[in-house]
Design a protein. Structure first.
Lengths: 598, 304
């Protein structure tokens, strides 16, 4: 086994050296220009994708060359257990990927830590590990795609793709990556055998292979569903491609400007003041707020956007450090470390990672701050109630300032905000009528004595997570008393059977996908739980399950299964639905029928 | 013990189907332990399929295949250590040095026989520091043979090992095989299209055709079954479908040449009764006998 391991190291040593040097050169060059620890998410995603592609190519090339019939025979026909051989090959590749991906990142982090005044937190030291795990997971997917049966083996690439959608961050994200790697390693272990055409028979092995194949079929059919929209577009019947979107639908609400949105909201209002409001809407500025979908998370390896801001007047550059919970300052021109900056005079720690917005404002999950250049201090200006989290940082709305939490809209006095640096008290708090995770927009106009506020809940309609979109308009008086003056349900514009195909195709796989997305992730108050499905969709899902069950009973009769295996598959098809039927068809060939010997 | 058997290879009604084509057709084959056995057959006769099933790399559609007494579909690493296999591509790690490959095999095979390795590799000008990728095809074949024999296998399968080699390399390969003492202790299955090689090395000739066993005997016994008759028949000779045991008929210089199977002096009588004025009988080479035997049932277009 050691010899095979060393042999594979030898085989790819040159390519690894080239890749590692190239990686060091690119990272080193970029690092000489910018702070690689403070890049927006997209930069890390691009590097992650490159490492993933490199890993996948290595896996596909390595196993693709061994997978030729004579090579496969030479590789596996030796006095070693097949898992020892697989372990030697994958172990060598993992080692090489470590050198090509993790080592260069670690070297650049070391350079930034020791030779610059830039901030390198513990979370940055996890980046080499994360990059390596991404490369290894893609490598294993590529390896399995080559070793497994090509009818379905490419479904393995779905597992590393999960990392793109995973909600976990920091160490938890490393955990997700390890789970993906463990699953892919199990898949490869099942397929890595002399006769690769033989489908697995052991129940655990069957499930290990079948699950990604079912997910692959599920996503493929779901994606092909978009072909319906293409067909609508080609025939000119797409409901959303008309000059004006369907009246009263979520698309109209999505595209409308602030004035139109408010006018639509009170269109059928019988309030005596409605006519007056319509006139005021036409004359006033409308302030539209779209809530945040994500907040910076403590220990997250990447940044939504760089956690840094500059003060050119004082020659100071400030970078938020997760480890110190404060901003670390350095000279803007000489790049020398100056010190740390916390909240207020006492330089207190920030309660959560804090992100700049605008020139001098900052916010985190619990509060918003203002940097004062004259005093070189950070002042807490807006604080949310305990238990609430930031959904949109403070923005001007007429004479005042509006800020969203996950539960309410807060209005603050604009004049006090401009003229001081004290902590502000809200003028009014307007509770939201629904979860912020479903809020698509908030539109506000100032009235003479208060506000007209519209909350429009349309986020998640396209994915079927929001089944009942609606708009609510509130009249908020000068004392902060809110009163509903209009409420209307919005239509979904597209047929329910189309929007909710990810449910009726397989309710179980939908739940599994949503669960996998949230694996090891902390609960996110900015996300809402999916609403329950309409009954017709559930009935359709049940009908698909029955159809799948009956089809499986017919199909398994034409394949080779043990009695227990056969009925296990029939049951699985009934429970999972059509994707399981597709996996059954892909994984098991028809039984071979031989002519009777002469 | 289950694996103690008189046969190194044993198949019972072994069949393998690829779509509509039967590669192996209820094959019953028993190859006894010891000696060198040659398997010949036209392309598509099922030789490679048979080996792939025997090594556990392909499942049979029906029937049973045993190798060294073990079910071929459940070979353990220990079983594999008892079976050497050399294929026509001589697939070895081209990026490794000869010494590194040899060391790897030495570590993996507990019965490694350095003497056998040195003995075979001595026939070639192969240096330990050379990379496998730098070896000529003939040197790679010799190196592969040296590795396989040094493993100390009980059964050595050589699947067309001299394919693509030039005359000199073929000769070197055969000599290194024949003069190696390592073959004394193992059974060798030699699959080849080269009859002159088989004539030199094989003790037993196995002919496969369309996935069925057509013949198994010593090569000389097979050639004894095939006879070459030259007859001077005026006018038209006997209708071909009436010629007993006919494998091949050619008309050359006004004489009719018949290659027939399992015919004795009675065939001369048949020819004379058909009008032959002069009849001569000649022995045939193994090459000619096997070719005629295999060509007899060779597929031809219906309209031809």
């Amino acid at each position: 086994m050691n010899d095979l391991f060393k042999g594979e190291l030898l085989r790819f040593r040159l390519w690894t050296a080239v890749a590692a040097i190239l990686n060091v050169v690119v990272l080193g060059f970029l690092s000489s220009m910018v702070d690689m620890a403070q890049q927006p998410l997209l930069v890390y995603q691009v590097f992650g994708a490159v490492y993933g592609v490199a890993g996948a190519l290595l896996g596909m090339y390595q196993m693709g060359t061994y997978r030729k019939p004579n090579q496969w025979l030479s590789l596996l026909h030796r006095p070693l257990h097949r898992w020892q051989i697989a372990g030697a090959l994958t172990g060598a590749s993992a080692t090489l990927l470590l050198l090509a991906t993790a080592l260069p990142i670690a070297l650049v982090a070391l350079y930034q830590e020791t030779m610059t005044a830039r901030v390198v937190d513990l979370r940055h030291w996890l980046l080499p590990l994360a990059a390596w795990l991404i490369a290894v997971s893609s490598y294993l997917a590529g390896a399995y795609a080559m070793v497994g049966n090509r009818r379905y083996s490419f479904a393995a690439f779905l597992l590393p793709a999960l990392l793109v959608y995973a909600q976990a961050s920091g160490v938890a994200m490393l955990g997700v990556q390890c789970v993906v790697i463990a699953f892919l390693a199990a898949m490869l272990a099942v397929a890595f055998k002399p006769d690769t055409s033989a489908p697995p028979r052991n129940p655990a092995a069957v499930l290990t292979i079948a699950l990604p194949v079912q997910l692959g079929a599920y996503f493929l059919v779901w994606m092909l569903g978009y072909g319906v929209e293409v067909a609508w577009s080609v025939t000119g019947t797409h409901p959303l491609n008309r000059p004006t979107p369907p009246k009263g639908g979520y698309t109209e609400a999505e595209r409308a400007d602030g004035k139109t949105m408010l006018l639509l909201g009170i269109e059928r209002s019988r309030e005596p003041e409605a006519a007056l409001w319509r006139e005021q809407i036409a004359l006033s500025d409308v302030y539209t707020t779209h809530p945040l979908r994500m907040l910076p998370v403590q220990g997250s390896m990447t940044n939504l956007s760089p956690l840094e801001l500059g003060d050119a007047d004082n020659n100071v550059w400030m970078v938020y450090s997760h480890d110190r919970a404060r901003f670390v300052t350095r000279g803007l021109r000489d790049q020398r470390r100056i010190g740390e900056l916390g909240v207020g005079e006492e330089q207190a720690a920030f309660p959560a990672p804090t992100m700049p917005y605008g020139a001098t404002y900052l916010y985190n999950a619990h509060a918003a701050y203002q940097y004062d250049s004259e005093q070189r201090r950070m002042f807490e200006r807006f604080r949310l109630l305990a238990g609430e989290v930031m959904a949109s940082p403070p923005e001007p709305a007429g004479d005042n300032i509006v800020m969203l939490s996950d539960r309410a809209a807060y209005f603050y006095p604009g004049r006090e905000a401009m003229n001081g640096l004290d902590l502000l008290q809200p003028l009014m708090r307007v509770a939201m009528p629904g979860p912020v995770g479903q809020l698509g927009r908030m539109d506000v106009i100032e009235l003479l004595d208060g506000y007209l506020v519209s909350f429009t809940y349309i986020w998640g309609v396209g994915s079927g997570e929001l089944q009942h979109p609606f708009q609510q308009v509130l009249r908020v008086d000068g004392r902060g008393q809110a009163r509903e003056v209009a409420r209307r349900a919005l239509s979904i514009d597209l047929p329910s059977v189309y929007i909710n195909r990810n449910t009726w195709l397989s309710p179980l796989l939908r739940e599994l996908s949503l669960g996998a997305q949230d694996l090891f992730a902390k609960e996110d108050p900015l996300r809402a739980k999916p609403q329950s499905m309409p009954m017709p969709v559930l009935w359709l899902a049940a009908a698909c399950g029955v159809l799948s069950l009956l089809s499986a009973a017919w199909l398994t009769a034409k394949q080779t299964h043990s009695p227990r295996g056969r009925w296990g598959w029939v049951l699985l098809c009934g429970v999972i639905g059509l994707p399981a039927l597709a996996s059954l068809w892909l994984m098991y060939p028809r039984r071979e029928v031989l002519p009777v010997a002469a | 013990m289950g694996d103690v058997t008189d046969y190194v290879i044993e198949t019972r009604a072994l069949s393998k189907r690829y779509g509509r084509k039967l590669a192996l057709d209820h094959l019953d084959l028993r190859i006894p332990r010891g000696r060198i056995h040659a398997i010949v057959g036209a392309n598509g006769a099922g030789k490679s399929t048979l080996f792939r099933i025997l090594m556990g790399f392909l499942p049979p559609s029906a029937g049973e295949a045993r190798i060294l007494g073990k079910d071929s579909q459940s070979l353990t690493p220990h079983d594999r250590s008892r079976i050497g296999f050399v294929n026509e591509e001589h697939t070895l790690a081209s990026w490794m040095r000869v010494s590194q490959v040899a060391a790897m095999q030495q570590h993996q095979y507990p019965r490694w026989n350095q003497h056998a390795y040195d003995n075979v590799i001595g026939h070639y000008h192969v240096l330990p520091e050379q990379k496998v990728g730098q070896l000529s095809r003939g040197e790679r074949a010799g190196f592969n043979l040296a590795l396989a024999l040094a493993q100390g296998p009980e059964l050595l399968v050589l699947d067309e090992p001299t394919l693509g080699l030039d005359v000199v390399a073929k000769r070197a390969f055969l000599e290194s095989l024949m003069y190696s003492n390592a073959t004394d202790d193992c059974t060798v299955i030699y699959c080849s299209h080269q009859m002159e090689e088989i004539e030199r090395v094989a003790d037993n000739l196995i002919i496969l055709e369309r996935g069925q066993l057509r013949h198994m005997s010593a090569p000389e016994d097979f050639t004894a079954r095939v006879s070459h008759w030259i007859a001077d028949v005026p006018f038209k000779g006997p209708a071909l479908h009436t010629v007993p045991g006919l494998l091949e008929m050619q008309q050359l210089d006004g004489l009719q040449h018949y290659l027939v199977l399992d015919q004795d002096e009675g065939f001369e009588r048949f020819l004379r009764e058909a009008g032959a004025r002069n009849v001569q009988s000649m022995p045939v080479s193994l090459d000619r006998a096997v070719n005629a035997f295999l060509a007899k049932n060779h597929a031809a277009p219906n309209a031809a």
